[in-house]
Write a protein that binds this ligand. Structure first.
Ligand SMILES: [Ca+2]
Ligand SMILES: [Ca+2]
Ligand SMILES: [Ca+2]
Length: 317
């Protein structure tokens, strides 16, 4: 009997360990990434041109990394994918001169010569003394160019680095599943303005959280009080977190509904009080709503719908 119980406990523990931390058996990262078998990684070609810094940041936000080739084989595989799907002739890659001029390093700190340094003829040449970021041409050769110029780029996630949050069905372990609400939430400890917070949630396949009832308000209050935020220094506003509503001819959620219709409209005492100066939505740490300046840097919460059906579909493809 004891042995059976023990076995059962071990089984349960293993089951939950697997449920929480297992690597996915199917090769899936996000619907917008393509898996390439040879380099064993997922890639997304971003067609919106961005400066090098913005490109790097976008990939980071998606839980990936600004792509650079690890070797010739990867360069060949990725260029084949690029050539078969997109017309442009240049992309920014994850190589720049972050520390010292003319010393080219990858986004994760390797000297470019250790990974892939097929420079084009006469490159790098630091033309005009302003070229510190690297682009790759369709033929696989590299050129140093101006970091402020805008190019398409590719984000990469290796299969090896992928961790799957099975509760939330998302490749981000920082999302917390709430059983009662049937949703997942992430408290972001990196203070940002409302617009950037909105972008970050969107990049994580989520949205800036919307409170739909008292239960959810209570949960978000609890999530906020548990977040290890009090030691964080820097220039940001304490006491409130950005949420997914704003004043757009009346207070509406980012899904376009009035607060009342979406189920929760408990303002803090005297709020909203900012008029034209406070057009974005936030929640005081106690769960009550507050209007806030959209430019104010604050913590924020993303909310994720567990979209099991469509992900299953993507997995089966
Ligand atoms: Ca150049
Ligand atoms: Ca909600
Ligand atoms: Ca206010």
């Amino acid at each position: 009997m004891i042995t059976h119980n023990r076995l059962f406990v071990i089984f349960i523990l293993q089951y939950f360990a697997q449920l929480t931390y297992s690597q996915p058996s199917l090769k899936f990262f996000r619907k917008d990434y393509v898996y390439l078998e040879e380099p064993k990684a997922f890639y997304k070609i971003h067609t919106l041109h961005k400066s090098w810094n913005d490109a790097k940041e976008k990939c980071d936000m998606e839980g990936a990394q600004l792509f650079y080739p690890d070797d010739d084989d990867e360069a060949i595989a990725v260029i084949a994918h690029w050539n078969s799907t997109q017309p442009f002739s240049w992309i920014f890659i994850g190589v720049s001169t972050p520390n010292v001029k003319e010393v080219f390093e990858t986004v994760d700190g390797f000297p470019v010569a250790e990974v892939y340094d097929r420079w084009g003829p006469g490159e790098p040449n630091d033309a005009g003394g302003i070229e510190g970021c690297v682009v790759m041409r369709r033929d696989g050769t590299l050129n140093d160019d101006n970091c402020a110029k805008k190019f398409p780029f590719i984000c990469k996630k290796t299969l090896e680095s992928l961790e799957w949050n099975n509760y939330c069905n998302i490749p981000d372990m920082a999302y917390e599943f709430n059983e009662k609400l049937g949703k997942c939430y992430k408290f972001h400890l990196n203070p940002m303005n409302w617009t950037d917070a909105y972008k970050v949630c969107d990049s994580e396949q989520s949205y800036l959280a919307i409170i739909n009832d008292d239960k959810e308000a209570e949960y978000m209050t609890n999530l906020t009080s548990r977040a290890p935020k009090d030691k964080l220094e820097g220039n940001y506003l304490r006491g409130a977190v950005h949420l997914g509503f704003k004043n757009n001819k009346g207070w509406k959620t980012i899904k376009g509904m009035t607060l009342r219709d979406s189920g929760y409209s408990k303002w803090g005492g005297g709020q909203p009080d900012g008029g034209d100066k406070e057009l974005c939505g936030s929640m005081f740490y106690n769960g009550h709503l507050n209007d806030i300046s959209c430019g104010q840097n604050m913590f924020f919460i993303c909310e994720h719908e567990i979209d099991i059906l469509s992900t299953d579909y993507a997995l089966r493809k």
